[in-house]
Design a protein around this ligand. Structure first.
Ligand SMILES: [Zn+2]
Length: 248
């Protein structure tokens, strides 16, 4: 069988072989055995590395896949030259591995992953901007989109300040918030709310056109990161590593 896929993880076994976890267009996340690819003269050496996007020709014996050959489409090698960007790419990969185990093939998730790696490797976008976009959009694409229509009680669309309940995934205006527990709530001003709506709702074609003002990068990241953590009920070790190498 032939499918397009992005390698999210590689694990060595034996002297010359690897297991690859590949996010694919037709089969979702699959594990592929890649024999002999650690040999220096292997024709499949380059397509058996993390962050390679290629058309893979696989043998399928009852759901156990082995690599036959592959045609590279895009290699995101240059990511490994910058520790901060490489760390962020690994966080994206860990999140994708986590959600893809429960998901059928999802083209929008694949597009999000490829676009995020594309802009990350180009180096012309703030890593924190890409992180916020990836976190919130990924959750939105897998059915965990917050209700952003307006205040969930009175439907007011915008206000100077609104409260974003990260656990319930909904907004309250100041009139309706009352005396709720503030633990999982972030206050968002009109601009933050605009960014959140844009990331969750805009067409994928326009998603990466979003320009986030510098002073909003950290507050927006705080929200998207907590939202992802609360909704997935999981903390990713690659996120801690990214924070330890993050510049600025
Ligand atoms: Zn209200």
């Amino acid at each position: 069988m032939t499918l397009k896929g992005l390698v999210l993880r590689e694990r060595s076994y034996g002297e010359n072989d690897k297991f690859l976890d590949i996010l694919t267009d037709k089969a979702g996340l699959i594990e592929v055995s890649a024999k002999g690819v650690k040999k220096p003269n292997s024709k499949n050496a380059s397509v058996s590395q993390c962050f390679c996007y290629a058309e893979y020709c696989l043998n399928d014996s009852g759901g156990r896949y082995s690599l036959n050959s592959a045609e590279p489409i895009r290699m995101f090698y240059d990511l490994s030259r910058d520790i901060e960007r490489f760390a962020l790419a690994n966080y994206f990969a860990e999140m994708l591995l986590y959600i893809a185990t429960q998901e059928a093939p999802n083209n929008e998730v694949m597009r999000l992953a490829l676009n995020s790696l594309h802009f990350l490797s180009l180096g012309n976008r703030e890593p924190l901007a890409l992180k916020s976009i990836f976190e919130l959009r990924l959750l939105s694409e897998i059915g965990l989109i917050p209700n952003l229509i307006g205040c969930c009680e009175c439907l007011k669309y915008s206000a100077q300040q609104m409260q974003f309940d990260l656990k319930a995934g909904r907004l309250y205006c100041e009139d309706c918030f009352g005396s709720r527990d503030l633990h999982d709530v972030e206050v968002v001003d009109a601009r933050l709310l605009h960014y959140i709506r844009y990331i969750a709702l805009t067409d994928m074609k326009k998603l990466f056109n979003l320009i986030i003002q510098r002073e909003y990068l950290v507050p927006l990241n705080n929200i998207t990161e907590r939202y992802a953590e609360l909704q997935l009920d999981r903390r990713f070790s690659t996120l801690d590593f990214f924070k330890s190498v993050m510049i600025g």
